[in-house]
Design a protein around this ligand. Structure first.
Ligand SMILES: [Zn+2]
Length: 135
């Protein structure tokens, strides 16, 4: 079984993914832009049962387009965004891919909210593009 390790910038929060991602995607939505300080986020979804965390995260309760809550977990010490859990996708943990120790073998299969994509960000080759959410 393949496992992946990751964690925040200061090292207070560490985690293990005990399964391969079920989805890898870019999100260009305005919440991801603001929260990341970048112009998109790169996300890796794994089943909640395959996620193991050491160290406590702090949670900001956001609201998704679905109207359902989005629980955004970050390191209370260094502020790194670690993951989100979505009211609209229970059982799934969405990891911020930049917190992984090793990105090898990961490639986004889709891009969401491309309506909000910065004009100078080109499309990812082979990724399906959705103007809004992928429904
Ligand atoms: Zn930290």
């Amino acid at each position: 079984m393949t496992t992946r390790e990751g964690g925040c910038l200061c090292g207070q929060v560490r985690y293990t993914l005990k399964s391969e991602p079920v989805v890898t995607l870019l999100c260009h939505c305005t919440h991801c832009q603001r929260l990341s300080g970048s112009v998109f986020s790169t996300n890796v979804g794994v089943p909640e049962a395959a996620y193991e965390q050491r160290g406590e995260t702090k949670v900001f309760v956001d609201k998704g387009d679905s109207g359902q809550p989005v629980w955004r977990h970050f390191c209370p010490n260094c502020g790194s965004q670690i993951l989100s859990k979505l009211g609209s996708a229970s059982g799934l943990v969405v990891i911020k891919a930049g917190t992984l120790d090793d990105l090898s073998g990961l490639k986004p299969a889709m891009e969401l909210y491309t309506d909000h994509s910065a004009a100078w960000v080109g499309p990812v080759a082979g990724a399906r593009r959705f103007a809004q959410a992928a429904n």
